[in-house]
Design a protein around this ligand. Sequence first.
Ligand code: FAD
Ligand code: NAI
Length: 469
Amino acid sequence: MAKYDYDVLVIGAGPGGYVAAIRAAQLGLKTACAESRETLGGTCLNVGCIPSKAMLHASEYFDAASNGTMKEMGIEVTPKLNLDAMHAQRRDAVKGLTGGIEFLFKKNKVDWKKGHATFQDAHTVKVGDETVTAKNVIIATGSSVTPLPGVEVDNEKQVVVDSTGALELKAVPKKMVVIGGGVIGLELGSVWRRLGAEVIVVEYLDKLLPGMDDDVRKEAAKISKKQGMELRLSTKVTGCTVDGSKATLTLEPAAGGDEETLEADCVLVSIGRRPNTEGLGLDAIGLEVNKRGQIETDHDFRTKVDGVWAIGDVVPGPMLAHKAEDEGIACAENIAGQTGIVNHDIIPGVVYTWPEFAGVGLTQDEAVEKLGDKAKVKVGKFPMMANSRAKTNHEPDGFVKIIAEAESDRVLGVWAIASVAGTMIAQATQAMEFGATSEDIAYTCHAHPTHSEAIKEAAMAVQGKPIHI
Ligand code: FAD
Ligand code: NAI
């Protein structure tokens, strides 16, 4: 009889966990996946990437019809919002995709263990009332919203909400205050702004979107303001009181100073996410978390405890679905004795606003710091205004910026603001994965007319020779 029930037990069925489970099963390992949610797919499919994109996409159409963009193209319409129907198509997308993972589990013979998982020892996990043993356990428990002291989230009441509550608002708020000008703040803030809310973003730092290139961060502020968002940068929220359907926030300059108050019908708390390790029983296996609450692993995703692995939002690195997926595949391959690798230096990031903000690799500041001298870094930039497709499509905002090492011409980072920047960044990511120089990109034939030609032109600009500007 086998010593363990399973070769692999994955805890968590988000993009990290469900992908790891499928890959492990594909490699011939007997696999189970524990999930405490009613449906598979984790944060991403249930309350993250997918529902937010459903609302972003639908609200983009509404905005194009109401802000004059359609009229510019000869289409005169007066849009009428049916918010219930918009929510219904979002729920439908989520249902279809989470159901799809259930189908993939069945197809690949991955057993879904329903319930909360807690370690008893390194190879024994209690899932609900069942005890499951496995030779290898992958922790893929993901992350949850970071709370803000003094600002209590109550998604039921819909006055102070987190991202999950902000996806479900039953009516368009008259005035919405978004705390945190990061990815969630800009994405969900722009959904409700497009649907008619007055949106004020309160951000602690002096710029939006920490982690992105400075030019993108500055331009993101300009574009957000142009689209009607009010930005309160270098400002912190110190408290919040709720009276019926109104919230009153107290704000202060981040550096300290006079307090002021701000009223809102809805407050979105989006100041980051933190790893899920509570109730997992890490004590029982002697595994500690780091200062940020994350589980540390080695390059192969092994934790310090033999037979226990970890991937996704619960480990260090950007909290992104595709990073979690790639780690899931690599971890399963390592368990199966293959060589699973993730290149953490080349993970693209995309903010799905309109236009989209995207980037991969180093920012200009990081490149200068890494090479130790400004002169060792070359930069080429090309505005979307000069890209024939973007111009024709009435999409004037944005640019592509390529950062290369001066001596070798090797591309170190690519940043883009464009309606389809998230799609464009894939080519830059692949080029960097293959160690491309800016010249390699400049001499690659790009179809015309496409937004991607701006990447070619930015690469030509690194050499100082763009054609269309
Ligand atoms: P998760 O997806 O969080 O999954 C972990 C799962 O584990 C959960 O389902 C949880 O219920 C389960 N679990 C936890 N503990 C236990 C336990 N003890 N027992 C059993 N089950 C447990 N990323 C992108 O790349 N693109 C986007 O467009 C994007 N949009 C987002 C929008 C929003 C509003 C949010 C909140 C996030 C978004 N993200 C996006 C981030 C993305 O959702 C996460 O990076 C990704 O889901 C992480 O995957 P994961 O598998 O590590 O964890
Ligand atoms: P974030 O880290 O992107 O942004 C949080 C922002 O809040 C930061 O700008 C920070 O300076 C600010 N902040 C922190 N404390 C504050 C305070 N007290 N007052 C005012 N501002 C404060 O986190 P966010 O937006 O919550 O997203 C969480 C994670 O989810 C991100 O790390 C991202 O990786 C992931 N995500 C990814 C998406 C995508 O890939 N398109 C979409 C949505 C989320």
